[in-house]
Ligand binder design. Structure first.
Ligand SMILES: Nc1ncnc2c1ncn2[C@@H]1O[C@H](COP(=O)(O)OP(=O)(O)OP(=O)(O)O)[C@@H](O)[C@H]1O
Ligand SMILES: [Mg+2]
Length: 401
């Protein structure tokens, strides 16, 4: 799988961009605030339908697009992707429309010029993105780790993505009902609640199982890469799932062990969650929220048996994230037989010499990669000699020969 052409209309600071994309490594450089990050974001967005930086997708439309009072403003991203079965044409449209005094926003996806559900865009273009703020995966909130996990999984498993979106909808309905029950002080709606709970745990059983499997395979790749390549056998990195499958009285390590033993049976997982939800019902009604389920999951790193978040040095945390990204590439390759596109935004300047060398080696082995930097002097000359270079300047891109 290879991206051969990218065109953007009204996406971030690109009014109009038409860009042939070569194989191998492309180095995108330019001064600050010219559009380097936006370019990688566009590729990532076409692959995942999610921005790594915002949940408000209307922010992605160029703010200068359309005239004052325009009825419709459209941002457009188009990729041509070479696959084993020929060239695919992928398109995502961001549509902001003024209806009366109300502004609406919607998205449309097209594969080979035919409208499809957004979900069906996934898996046509696979990417692995590495940005300096990925360090948050170690030090940040569980929500950011769940977001990472979901985007990674959705690229690899459409069924997961569909189930997750069903789960989130039911969860919202269930929480609204819990709040209503708290306000009214009755349990008159018990039968509706039971129905929501039933549907919630069915979806949750599958999500828990798929997450457990992914984390297990990813953990093996990450551990191997970290041990063999990044720390020369000195440190052992573990990646551990912390599922919220039971009440807070049950240790999450115990929940994870139990889950791994039942990963082939989502029904049993669902039943266990259902029992746990029954135990916390009074508490959940008081809070107006569901306290158990994959929406409260987490995953953590340990180095030599200790929490990387609490005890790791900055350098150890960086190595772990690098191992995670390299592990992600290995996983996608093993799953699909094809390498993803590696997107590196500004990460070189953050790494020390040894880690930089590891990343450059990994880059050179990738069939296709794009890397941004404000400086080209930090790269070794032999690397630069093999790299196609693009200069970005105020939302315009030109090739440097
Ligand atoms: N919706 C939008 N419409 C127009 N411009 C936007 C939009 N969103 C962001 N921008 C602008 O795009 C410009 C380029 O941003 P980008 O993050 O790509 O810069 P960069 O080249 O990566 O810079 P740096 O080297 O500082 O990371 C910024 O000035 C930003 O304000
Ligand atoms: Mg940037």
């Amino acid at each position: 799988m290879r991206l051969t052409h990218l065109s953007l209309t009204n996406f971030r600071n690109f009014g109009r961009l038409d860009l042939p994309v070569g194989a191998g490594v492309t180095l995108v450089h330019g001064a600050n605030a010219q559009g380097k990050t936006n370019l990688l974001e566009a590729i990532y967005y076409l692959a995942t339908t999610r921005s790594p930086y915002t949940n408000q997708d209307d922010q992605l439309i160029n703010w200068d697009a359309g005239y004052e009072g325009a009825q419709v403003v459209v941002g457009r991203l188009v990729a041509h992707v070479d696959t084993a079965d020929g060239t695919r044409h992928l398109e995502l449209r961001l549509i902001r429309e003024l209806k009366g005094h109300k502004t609406t926003f919607r998205r449309e996806a097209l594969v080979d010029r035919r409208k499809v559900r957004l979900l069906d865009l996934l898996g046509n273009l696979r990417v692995v993105l590495f940005v300096p703020t990925d360090l948050d995966l170690v030090t940040g909130s569980p929500a950011s780790r769940r977001r990472y996990l979901d985007i990674t999984l959705c690229q690899r498993n459409r069924h997961y993505c569909r189930t997750l979106s069903q789960y989130n909808k039911i969860l919202e309905q269930r929480n609204a009902l819990l709040r209503q029950m708290a306000e009214q002080g009755t349990r008159n709606n018990q039968d509706v609640l039971d129905l929501y709970t039933q549907r919630l745990v069915e979806a949750a059983g599958q999500i828990f199982a798929i997450r457990a499997r992914l984390i297990d395979t990813l953990a093996r790749d990450v551990q191997r890469i970290h041990y063999e390549q990044l720390t020369a056998g000195n440190e052992s990195l573990r990646l551990l799932y912390r599922p919220r499958l039971a009440g807070s009285d049950v240790d999450e390590t115990e929940s994870a062990d139990w889950l791994y033993n039942h990963v082939d049976n989502p029904t049993i997982i669902a039943e266990r969650m259902q029992t746990a939800l029954a135990d916390t019902l009074s508490y959940d009604i008081r809070r107006g929220a569901t306290s158990i389920g994959p929406h409260r999951d987490d995953w953590v790193f340990q180095v030599n048996g200790r929490s990387l978040r609490h005890y790791g040095s900055r350098g150890q945390q960086r190595s772990a994230v690098l191992a995670l990204k390299l592990g992600e590439i290995a996983g996608i390759k093993a799953d699909t037989g094809a390498s993803p596109i590696l997107l590196l935004d500004d990460v070189m300047a953050e790494l020390d010499g040894t880690r930089r060398q590891h990343l450059i080696t990994a880059l050179q082995q990738m069939p296709q990669a794009m890397i941004t930097s404000a400086e080209t002097t930090i790269f070794p000359p032999d690397f630069l000699a093999q790299t196609e270079q693009l200069a970005v300047d105020g939302g315009r891109v030109h090739s440097v020969i």
